[in-house]
Write a protein that binds this ligand. Structure first.
Ligand code: 5GP
Length: 214
């Protein structure tokens, strides 16, 4: 038998990580998913071409523009945005299913998508912005990644400034000096947010059961 009070029903939460490209968000997402079995990645659809090593259905669902626009027009996307000339969007189905079942979802989306989710699902949202320790660190990480051609790196540096300008729209800000430290910070945020009273949909019943025996 489980300990009393450990199985109180809870609504899942939506943990959003945003940052300029190259701030370490993808690595942090991967490490978080490995460390925590109760959170899953929301796999976005995109019209971008896969990078070497990216797996369709895992990193993204890679679709053509017609398919993307059809999904958007049928309201199958919770949010969508155009980033670097490509479309990106979050399929709605898996998200509501997970939240109702008390599972948390992780979103690697930009500020435009975060604003849309805030409007449609604000209470479920926990927004974390990841900053690079410096502009130079960002540039070095983008170059080291070496998967994108130089002109794409230059474009992403230019876009970083506009992405960073939205930092104050987030609930938490993590400066990614060191990956393990940043991961610990994100896990602390997640632990605290899971304990929020509003998410404890089984708390009323639990408290009543205690009171009935007092
Ligand atoms: P990348 O092409 O480097 O994988 O992603 C480029 C940008 O698009 C990143 O800032 C990423 O967070 C954002 N992005 C990825 N998926 C989505 C999505 O479904 N919606 C939105 N709004 N942005 C996304």
């Amino acid at each position: 038998m489980s300990k009393p009070g450990t199985d109180i029903a809870r609504r899942g939460l939506m943990l959003v990580l945003s940052s300029p490209s190259g701030a370490g968000k993808t690595t942090l997402s991967r490490l978080l998913l490995e460390a925590d079995p109760n959170i899953r990645m929301s796999v976005s659809v995109t019209t971008r071409t896969p990078r070497p090593g990216e797996v369709d259905g895992e990193d993204y669902r890679f679709v053509d523009e017609a398919t993307f626009l059809q999904m958007r027009d049928r309201d199958e996307l919770l949010e969508w945005a155009e980033v670097f000339g490509n479309y990106y969007g979050t399929p709605a189905g898996p998200v509501e299913e997970a939240l109702a079942a008390g599972r948390d979802m992780l979103f690697d989306i930009d500020w435009q998508g975060t604003q849309q989710l805030q409007e449609s699902a604000g209470n479920d949202l926990v927004r974390v912005f990841i900053l690079p320790p410096s502009a130079r660190a960002l540039e070095e990480r983008l170059k080291k990644r070496a998967q994108d051609p130089p002109e794409v790196v230059a474009k992403r540096m230019a876009e970083a400034s506009s992405e960073i300008s939205h930092w104050a729209e987030y609930d938490y800000v993590v400066v990614n000096h060191e990956v393990e430290e940043s991961l610990a910070a994100i896990r602390t945020i997640l632990s605290a947010e899971r304990l929020k009273r509003q998410r404890g949909i089984g708390l009323n019943a639990f408290v009543r059961s205690i009171q009935s025996e007092l």
